[in-house]
Design a protein around this ligand. Structure first.
Ligand code: ADP
Ligand code: MG
Length: 312
């Protein structure tokens, strides 16, 4: 199968979005940004053995890579619209491509995004996904706008993804719901959109709660105080001791949103949480000063592992 046939067979689909003037097939895609909107774009690269285990199910790879990359758009409050996929493959494995591309199409439909281009090369298995979305001009949620006095919130529950990864890596049994936190993280797109005009700052917590919170603090030039007993620990981990659960909760890969909002938004957030059927937990506050301070039941709390970093 030639490269052109491969693209034609697996990565071409009917374009239904009127804002896609030209999709897969030309040298580049032509996209129309609606009036009074800004284009929000981000790219993520997933390497076999680093961002997903070797011989990972191609079906799960598709859902994981889309969830992970769209999470960045969710964190900006953007509406996802288009993606491009750069795919490095060791060989043309049509069975693998069949499963992967079907799952990718299904996931694209679920998130209402269109694949509008990409690149296909021979090499170690790796994916690079560029995601593009739109937001009303000037409205995007940023991580540099937290205000002293804001409450700090996190969505969903924490620790499930890293627990699932540990199970996968050690061939241990893991319940299906927990496993999905790693294999099919849900980008919190709707939540991000609903936070527009309500949250002062927002980011996703891909690399771990405390590491990402320290980035929010640094970028906003504020301090952050987190009460660890308020973390929404995944209920399925209740049998583990608290220290282990807190470590898992800060180890990364949960792809929830971390955001700050003034006190006056507390009621709105309570209602929003109910409407979305998604927990939104207040875990601390924005303070004057710098860095992240953590306590556990009012006692200082220190964690040795500080999240995922490629370069130390
Ligand atoms: P060029 O050599 O001009 O870069 P390519 O052969 O790489 O063109 O790609 C041809 C067309 O197919 C382009 O429109 C490109 O965006 C698209 N394409 C290539 N690989 C993929 C892929 N993995 N997914 C989606 N579109 C792809
Ligand atoms: Mg190319």
């Amino acid at each position: 199968m030639t490269e052109d046939e491969l693209i034609q067979t697996f990565f071409t689909s009917d374009v239904t979005d009127p804002y896609v003037i030209l999709g897969v097939g030309d040298d580049a895609a032509i996209l129309q940004v609606p009036d009074a909107h800004q284009l929000i774009t981000s790219v993520d690269t997933l390497l076999e053995g680093v961002h997903f285990p070797s011989n990972f199910d191609p079906e799960l790879l598709a859902s994981r890579c889309l969830g992970v990359t769209l999470s960045d758009l969710a964190a900006m409050g953007a509406t996802p619209k288009w993606i491009t996929l750069s795919l490095s493959l060791p060989e043309v494995d049509t069975a693998w491509l069949q499963i992967f591309s079907r799952a990718l199409k299904r996931e694209c439909q679920a998130y209402a995004v269109q694949l509008v281009g990409g690149d296909t090369v021979k090499g170690p298995l790796a994916l690079s996904l560029t995601v593009m979305g739109i937001v009303a001009s000037g409205q995007a949620l940023r991580r540099d706008q937290a205000n002293v006095g804001d409450q700090l919130y996190v969505s969903g529950c924490l620790g499930g993804a890293m627990f699932a990864l540990e199970c996968l890596q050690n061939n241990l049994d893991c319940n299906q719901e927990l496993l999905q936190h790693y294999t099919a993280p849900q980008a919190r797109v709707l939540l991000g959109q609903k936070l527009l005009g309500h949250a002062n700052s927002c980011m996703d917590i891909s690399d771990g709660l405390l590491l990402d919170a320290s980035r929010l603090a640094r970028t906003s030039k504020v301090g952050i105080q987190i009460a660890m007993e308020k973390l929404p620990l995944h209920p399925a981990l209740a049998a583990l001791d608290l220290d282990k659960r807190l470590k898992l909760a800060c180890a990364g890969d949960d792809y929830e949103l971390l955001f700050s909002a003034p006190d006056t938004e507390a009621e709105f957030l309570k209602g929003l949480s109910q409407r979305l059927g998604l927990p939104i937990s207040c875990i601390g506050e924005i303070t004057a000063g710098e860095g992240v301070t953590t306590t556990l039941y009012d006692q200082p709390y220190q964690q040795s592992d500080t999240g995922y970093q490629h370069f130390r």
